[in-house]
Structure formats: C-alpha cells, structure tokens
Design a protein around this ligand. Structure first.
Ligand SMILES: Cc1cc2nc3c(=O)[nH]c(=O)nc-3n(C[C@H](O)[C@H](O)[C@H](O)COP(=O)(O)O)c2cc1C
Length: 221
C-alpha cells in the first residue's frame, strides 16, 4: 500500500463561489489525487493546505531546540518542536510527496517555505558530517518521489525559456526535495494566468491531463 502526502500551498482556496478565484495549482493537484484514488483506492492520502493554515516560522528558540540533544530538551523545547516532529513524520510515511504551489515573486509562497523550514532538520531529515568534505549534508530518507504542480501568471520559466533565470520555484523545490529523500522529481506547470488567453486555457488543460497521466502511472507502478 502506497502513501501519498499532499501539500497545497496557494493562498487561494479551491471552493470559492466564483470559480475564477479558485487556485489553479490546487485544482490540478486535485485532478492528480482524484486519479490516484480511482486507480488504487487503498492508497492513503495525508493532506495539508499550508496556504490556508501556514506553519509557524522558525525562531531563534526553535533553532536552539533543534541543536539541543534529544535527551536534554526541556518540555518547552519539545513543545516548540512538536509541529516540526509531526510534519516530518508525515514525510517519513510518504512514498509520494505531491506539492502544489503558486509562483509568488518568482519563488514559492512564504507558507510553503515555512513548511520546508520546519521539515528539513538536522539529525531528522539530514545528517551533517564534516568528514564528507565540501558536501557535509546527506539526506536520511530515500526512495521517495516528489511531484510538483505549479501555476504562474507569466510564462517561459522552463529550461531554455525566456524567463528561465527568473525561476526560483521549481529549481528551489527540486534542490530541497533531495533532503526529503526524493530520488525522483516530476514537475507540471500551468502558465499564462495573467494573460487569460487561449495560451492560458491550453496550458491549464495540459496541466490537468499531465497530472492525470502521472497519477495513473505512479499509482499503478
Ligand atoms: C502575491 C503574488 C505574486 C505573484 N508573483 C508572480 C510572479 O512572480 N511571477 C508570475 O509569473 N506570476 C506571479 N503571480 C501570479 C500567480 O503565480 C498566478 O496567479 C497563479 O495562478 C497563482 O497560483 P494559484 O492559481 O494556484 O493560486 C503572483 C500572484 C500573486 C498573488
């Protein structure tokens, strides 16, 4: 039985009375999970909408708690790390991590960055050893697949595209996916939202189709 961890990150909801206000990235991610469920209904989905319920930002006390050995932590420090512990457990359980994200200011929403900051944690998701030379960090988990679904207002963020160098969303999350134990990375992008023209309609349609095909492939493999 495979487990899917689904994280949505847009600040927009997907149940607005006016459909055009709905999040595009959440809607394409929902197509993915719908197909996932119908392909293998026994697979378990853990869901978090960090756009609507953002995790706390980390703080100086949080960092001090992380660097305090497990058996020396005060009750207050344990409490401060409890959200991080829970979010990491959810990642540990997952075979597939599905993240949907808007592009905000050419990168990920702050709420999603807050989630990554809570999850990528020394001695929990990565180890640190200077004996490894210039690359002392290594992920502790392995074998996972990360699927990233994004929506942007502009276009051309792909490799070779006219805004490739402005893309701090997909490449950033792909770099971080390594520390979640992801060894395979898939990305689906809907673009042109701000142009609201045929290119946008076609990009969203292709995004839904790609999400359905990928969900079927991953759920049946
Ligand atoms: C605060 C904010 C910042 C944005 N910044 C960018 C940007 O840097 N580049 C871009 O292409 N689109 C940008 N957009 C447009 C969104 O990426 C676009 O509306 C996308 O569809 C949002 O995702 P969603 O539909 O899942 O909510 C921005 C939108 C907002 C609200």
């Amino acid at each position: 039985m495979k487990k899917l961890l689904h994280i949505d990150a847009s600040a927009r909801r997907s149940d607005n009375l006016t459909a055009e206000y709905n999040s595009i990235s959440k809607s394409i991610a929902a197509t993915f999970t719908d197909k996932w469920r119908t392909t293998n209904s026994e697979d378990i989905i853990i869901y978090r909408d960090v756009g609507v319920n953002p995790p706390d930002f980390i703080s100086q006390d949080w960092i001090a708690a992380v660097f305090t050995p497990d058996d020396a932590r005060t009750d207050a420090q344990k409490a401060l790390l409890s959200l991080s512990d829970t979010l990491i457990e959810e990642v540990e359980q997952a075979d597939i991590i599905l993240i949907s994200s808007s592009m905000y200011n050419y990168g990920m929403p702050a709420a999603l960055k807050a989630w990554f900051d809570q999850v990528i944690r020394i001695n929990k998701t990565f180890s640190f050893d200077l004996a490894r030379g210039d690359f002392p960090l290594e992920p502790i988990m392995s074998g996972k697949t990360l699927v990233l679904i994004t929506s942007s207002g502009e276009f051309g963020f792909e490799i070779g595209g006219i805004r490739e160098k402005m893309n701090h969303l997909g490449p950033h999350i792909q770099t971080l996916s390594h520390y979640l134990g992801a060894e395979t990375f898939h990305e689906i992008n809907a673009e042109y939202q701000e142009f609201n023209d045929n290119r946008h309609t076609s990009s969203v349609k292709s995004g839904h189709k790609a999400a359905e095909d990928l969900a079927y492939k991953l759920a049946s493999s």
